[in-house]
Design a binder for this molecule. Structure first.
Ligand SMILES: [Zn+2]
Length: 322
């Protein structure tokens, strides 16, 4: 498909087009060095042997992003008429516990800050799962008693019938933003593993802000990819496996904002950033003493990292619309 479907982006934050190239993906790099990337995938995302795509740094505001991106792949996924159950039962308990914990935090906050006022005037909480994929968060939100749950994902392979078949009843799913946003304002919003994939992250985040109720709470995360620290590893890699830190760098990820840049962006949009930790608690029984000690240490460390703004693998924020 050579360079068809390739789109040049100006800086995702400041809109300028002054940049330095930091790293260039090539067909050879993707097919030879990545051990978890199949040649079929590389072809599916529209690459041919002469394709290039580069991670750049804006010389004006220092934001890091992919300048020449392929929009074809995500869109092709959405065009696929498949309804196959892509349900993945191999998700570990800790992932589920983490999601439940995040929703618990959101519900707790919603009941304890100014959002309460808004909620008292209405029948319940309006929940938005932005970039819902197969609907894990929507499912949990419904199971946790939230009645009005909206799942938006323009590019997921999961479709309406998938949701009806596999998910908790009552979730309103659509690929169409207007169709979901007509149910605004939302009191709680979750957007997990999404921002790094968005073509226009600033406008998407602004649209979330605009469609939230005053005092509403929003959970958002962003993988931490410190390219300045990892660039030599990336340049000299002979093999990259999924477990490797640098496997975060791949053509599916097109925004590489560092936590400080991401936090600034959230504040600039108007959000108040609340500090919180992402590790759910472990029950204290004789069977879980080791886990509780380990988890408490991690919880403490991550809380401290959050407070100090020190980055770790996936930086998570709970923010609030003032
Ligand atoms: Zn810039």
């Amino acid at each position: 498909m050579s360079d068809n479907g390739k789109v040049i982006r100006k800086c995702i934050i400041c809109g300028k087009d002054h940049y330095e190239t930091m790293f260039t993906f090539t067909y050879d790099y993707l097919t030879k060095i990545y051990k978890n990337v199949s040649p079929e995938y590389v072809e599916a995302i529209g690459w041919s042997p002469d394709t290039r795509s580069s991670i750049v740094r804006c010389l004006k505001c220092k934001s890091i992003y992919v300048r020449d991106v392929f929009v074809g792949y995500e869109r092709t996924k959405a065009d696929m008429p498949i309804e196959k159950p892509s349900y993945n039962p191999n998700v570990s308990w800790s992932n589920w516990a983490e999601r439940v914990w995040i929703l618990n935090c959101l519900l707790f906050l919603a009941q304890n800050i100014s959002c309460k006022k808004t909620l008292n005037n209405k029948k319940g909480i309006n929940f938005l799962d932005f970039g819902s994929g197969s609907g894990d968060y929507s499912n949990l939100a419904r199971a946790m008693g939230i009645k009005d749950v909206y799942a938006l994902d323009p590019y997921t392979v999961a479709q309406k019938t998938y949701y009806e078949k596999n998910n908790f009843p009552g979730i309103v799913f659509s690929r169409d933003k207007d169709e979901i946003f007509k149910h605004a304002p939302f009191d709680l919003v979750v957007s997990s593993s999404v921002v790094e994939h968005l073509f226009d992250p600033v406008n998407e985040l602004v649209s979330i802000y605009d469609n939230m109720s005053k005092g509403g709470v929003f959970y958002v995360n962003n993988p931490f990819m410190d390219i300045d620290r990892e660039i030599n590893q990336l340049l000299n890699a002979k093999t990259i496996y999924k477990k490797d830190n640098i496997s975060h760098y791949h053509p599916g990820h097109i925004n590489y904002l560092k936590p400080k840049q991401f936090k600034c962006l959230l504040k600039k949009i108007g959000f108040e950033v609340l500090s919180f930790n992402v590790k759910p608690p472990v029950p204290l029984t004789k069977y879980a003493i080791k886990s509780i000690l380990r988890r408490n240490v991690v919880q403490f460390a991550k809380t401290a990292f959050n407070l100090l703004g020190v980055p770790y693998s996936r930086h998570a924020f709970i923010v609030r619309k003032k």
